[in-house]
Design a protein around this ligand. Structure first.
Ligand code: NAI
Ligand code: MG
Length: 353
């Protein structure tokens, strides 16, 4: 089999980490006997500066026939962040019904978690973030600009279909793991959407008596994640809550340089899109020191989704081996190696593994 993958390196360190992820995947493909055909698209803030848009008008149609999309990161100083987000990422997520944003977090060897020494060495959880509706909505507006009564309104949209499918996905996933789901809510302060979310959570929890379920307010859940992360397995949250929790989870398990994510269309009707949790990191862009592990792990999730699970496991195993050895580490991991050196070490570990 040969899989057709659309590669969108994007901006800043997105370009550097994408190069390493592609090389690692090519090595895995060779070793496991399948093909990867990459088609690169220069959709980025650079393109926006030149052409006035992040991607061409037919961008979505262009991506549709691909088996998957691997994205570096977009965003660069001078281009407002809402332009890069709403001009590329959000349209792709919505057009292809990538309603699950899956963010596995694991404490990897050789990394020092802020929780190190607090018994969190076996930390492993997954954040299931709703990725198509919720708080990230275009409904609303600004009013009475400049006047004393100036205000802004932002509506959230929670549909029954949207909430049911993400919560059900979380329970199904829990059945393949430790059989525990925790839902992020805030129904004490947000009185329309969050009680609706809670109600649906309770309905679906009743369908899964073999899975332990609990609900926590987002503030208490954030505290729990730092104090007792070992109690968490699958965490499900709305678009905003899931976004915040997944950066927090990444931070406590070794940093943004290690955290992958998948924007998944579970039905496989449209291509899914995989990316690191981190952004384009303009503060270190162009210096060749970005940690490529997050993007390489995102690429491994892509292999899983394509059905090449053995290859995905091999990539994760190679990352583990190289971090365990501790000889080739980027500066964020306390080393002095470059992005390219760490990427090559992981590719070599696949070959010899
Ligand atoms: P960021 O994730 O780019 O950087 C946050 C901090 O983490 C920086 O100090 C950075 O140097 C460090 N960091 C991130 N990834 C790293 C890696 N692989 N290796 C070593 N250090 C790493 O987040 P920030 O600064 O808030 O956003 C920068 C730009 O990225 C913005 O334009 C933002 O909109 C965009 N962004 C794009 C995302 C995407 O494409 N999905 C996601 C998040 C942000
Ligand atoms: Mg985020």
């Amino acid at each position: 089999t040969t899989y057709r993958v659309a590669s969108i390196p994007g901006d800043g360190i997105g370009v550097d980490v994408q190069r390493e992820a592609q090389a690692v995947l090519d090595t895995a493909a060779q070793r496991f006997g399948f093909g990867l055909e990459w088609t690169e698209f220069g959709w980025s803030c650079e393109r926006y500066a030149e052409a006035g848009s992040m991607m061409p008008a037919d961008g979505i149609e262009t991506l549709r026939p691909f088996d998957s999309v691997l994205l570096g990161a977009v965003g660069f100083p001078g281009v407002p962040d809402h332009v890069s987000l709403w001009g590329l990422l959000i349209p792709v997520r919505r057009a292809f019904a990538q309603y699950v944003n899956l963010r596995p977090v694991r404490l990897l060897p050789g990394t020092t978690s802020v929780l190190a020494g607090r018994g969190a060495d076996e930390l492993e959880m997954v954040i299931v973030r709703e990725n198509s509706e919720g708080e990230y909505s275009e409904l609303g507006g600004r009013h009475n600009a400049g006047g004393p009564g100036e205000f802004a309104l932002q509506e959230s949209v929670f549909t029954r279909v949207g909430v049911e499918r993400i919560i059900r996905y979380a329970f199904e996933l829990a059945r393949t793991r430790q059989h525990r789901v925790c839902s992020a809510t805030k129904s004490n302060g947000i009185i329309h959407t969050m009680p609706f979310w809670d109600e649906i959570f309770a309905e679906i929890a009743a369908e899964y008596p073999d899975v332990e379920s609990e609900q926590l307010h987002i503030d208490a859940l954030a505290a729990r994640m730092v104090q007792r992360p070992d109690l968490l397995d699958v965490v499900v949250g709305s678009n905003l809550f899931g976004d915040v929790l997944s950066d927090l989870a990444a931070a406590i398990t070794g940093g943004l340089g290690m955290a992958p994510s998948g924007n998944i269309n579970p039905e496989g009707e449209f291509p899914s899109m995989f990316e690191a949790v981190h952004g384009s990191a303009p503060d270190i862009a162009g210096r060749g020191i970005a940690n490529p592990v997050a993007q390489i792990l995102a690429a491994a999730m892509m292999l899983d989704q394509l059905g090449e699970k053995a290859a995905g496991e091999a990539v994760r195993g190679a990352v583990q081996t190289v971090l365990d050895a501790g000889a080739v580490l980027t500066p964020d991991l306390g080393g002095t190696s470059t992005t390219g050196q760490l990427g090559s070490a992981i590719a070599e570990a696949i070959q010899s593994g």
